[in-house]
Each structure stands twice: as structure tokens, then as C-alpha cells.
Ligand binder design. Structure first.
Ligand SMILES: [Zn+2]
Length: 275
């Protein structure tokens, strides 16, 4: 059984009431540490890394609102790449959760709240959904993020990229994407070399600048050294359900417009009532 298969198995046993459910991290030393991207929802604080039955030092935690990845070269993707290369991350998991407020906030409400914060609509891109990467389905958002990571030129083919969904009420984890199955999906055919300059000129990755792709001024050999596995004993699974999961009815966002490239980000005339 591979690491995340063991994690899911132990998680399900723990949620079912097995107080002894857990992992022996030493058995999975080659797959640790893991990198997890989750949402900023504070209800998740109590679940990690307990829900994965991993010791804290084997858990590299990235968070953003909605666990969103907006593209194969996005800022979050660069953090994932550095976490692999500098911190020795061996596997990546994109972990969405039920009742995500990013999915439940309609575009018109988002714009109203931004406006209430003093954000000038005319200085925002036309397509807010595409710009922020907002979504209506937590599950589809995880699948999309996994696809971006798997296809990113910044992430090598050796890193499994998993997609999971956490039930915010129970702490139960379920597969969305089994990264072991898709591990070599980009190997056949090989990824074409990405022309960053052309992409930049086309505006496809407006915020990407090769000048920013500097490696940290440190001894990479030292920094990438694998941290020792210090907990040979079993780490028990702790399912910590949220006290009162909200029962808000699901809201759907308008369908995202299909565009070949994001809109340019620059001041634009205001169009009252457009949204
Ligand atoms: Zn969320």
C-alpha cells in the first residue's frame, strides 16, 4: 500500500471509530514529506495534519483561498516547485473541502464585498471568475488544480499529484484524483517545451517574468537534504469534526467563459450594471 492509499485507509477507519487507526511514518520514508495545498478556511486548522496521520515535520502546508491554482506557472505553482526542490517534498496533495465559501460566493456578491472594501471595479479584470479562479464545484476545482500541477513544466514527472476532498463536518477524506494512477500521464507524449517569452508576449501568463525565476542563494544540496524521519512510532488519526458545519444551500456561479488567455490586467472603463 502506498502512502496516500494508507492515509485514506487509516482515515476511513478512524472516522468509523477505530481508535487505533494510524500510520507508521517510517514505513513511508521515501514518500515523505508531503506537500498539501488546502483552503484558508479556519475550520481546517483542526484537521491538519491529523487527518493525514502524519507528524507535523513531514507535512508542508500551503494554503490559499479555495485551494486554487490558476495556471501551470502561477505563484502557487512556483511555491509547490520550490517546496519540492528546496524542502524535499516527495508527493503533492491538493485537498479541497466541502462547504467551501469560495464556491458558495456568487460573483455579484464577491464584487459587492470588494467594493465595500474600497476596491475600484474599474481596476479589476473583466472576467473576475477567471482571474481569481473561483469555482462552483469543490470537486471540479481539485481536478482542475491537479491537472495544472501535473502539466506544469515546474513539476517533474516523479512527483505524484493527488486530489482529495475533506468533509468539513467529519474529517473524512476521499479520493478525487489518485496521483499514483496519473504519475506518468505526462510522460507519453512528452510535454512540449514551453516558450515562456511567447506566452508572456501573448499575455497568457501576464504575471510571469523569467527574471523572477531565481533560485535561493543557499546551498541547495544542504537545503534539499531529506529531513530525518524521527517518529518511528505510529501516528494516530484524529478526526476532529467542526462543531457546527453551516447548512447553507449550495449556490452556483455563472458558467466561466471559455477564453484562450486571461484578459489583460489594466485599468478599464467602468460599466455599471455589467455584473
Ligand atoms: Zn474553502
Amino acid at each position: 500500500m502506498r502512502l496516500f492509499e494508507a492515509i485514506i485507509d487509516a482515515n476511513h477507519r478512524a472516522v468509523a471509530g477505530d481508535a487505533s487507526a494510524g500510520l507508521h511514518p517510517a514505513e513511508f520514508a521515501d514518500a515523505l514529506p508531503v506537500i498539501a495545498l488546502t483552503c484558508v478556511d479556519p475550520r481546517l486548522n483542526a484537521f491538519f495534519p491529523n487527518a493525514l496521520a502524519l507528524p507535523g515535520e513531514q507535512f508542508i502546508w500551503l494554503r490559499n483561498a479555495g485551494n486554487i491554482i490558476t495556471g501551470p506557472l502561477s505563484s502557487t505553482m512556483r511555491s509547490l516547485a520550490l517546496a519540492c526542490a528546496v524542502k524535499g517534498g516527495e508527493e503533492i496533495a491538493i485537498i479541497g473541502h466541502t462547504d467551501c465559501q469560495v464556491a458558495k460566493t456568487p460573483t455579484v456578491v464577491l464584487l459587492d464585498r470588494l467594493q465595500a472594501l474600497g476596491v475600484d471595479r474599474s481596476r479589476l479584470p473583466d472576467n473576475i471568475n477567471e482571474f481569481f479562479g473561483t469555482f462552483g464545484s469543490e470537486r471540479q476545482n481539485v481536478i482542475k488544480a491537479c491537472n495544472f500541477v501535473r502539466s506544469s513544466p515546474l513539476i517533474g514527472p516523479k512527483i505524484p499529484v493527488h486530489g482529495l476532498m475533506l468533509d468539513i463536518g467529519t474529517g473524512k477524506l476521499d479520493w478525487v484524483v489518485n496521483g499514483y494512477d496519473t504519475l506518468h500521464s505526462t510522460a507519453q507524449p512528452p510535454m512540449p517545451k514551453m516558450d515562456f517569452a511567447a506566452l508572456g508576449a501573448a499575455g497568457a501568463f501576464k504575471d510571469f517574468a523569467m527574471g523572477e525565476m531565481k533560485f535561493p542563494e543557499m546551498k541547495i544540496g544542504e537545503a534539499a537534504a531529506k529531513p530525518p524521519v524521527v517518529q518511528p512510532t505510529q501516528v494516530r488519526m484524529v478526526a476532529t469534526p467542526a462543531a457546527e458545519p453551516p447548512k447553507t444551500p449550495a449556490a452556483t456561479l455563472p458558467p466561466m467563459r471559455k477564453k484562450s488567455s486571461p484578459p489583460p490586467i489594466q485599468p478599464r472603463p467602468r460599466f455599471p450594471g455589467k455584473y
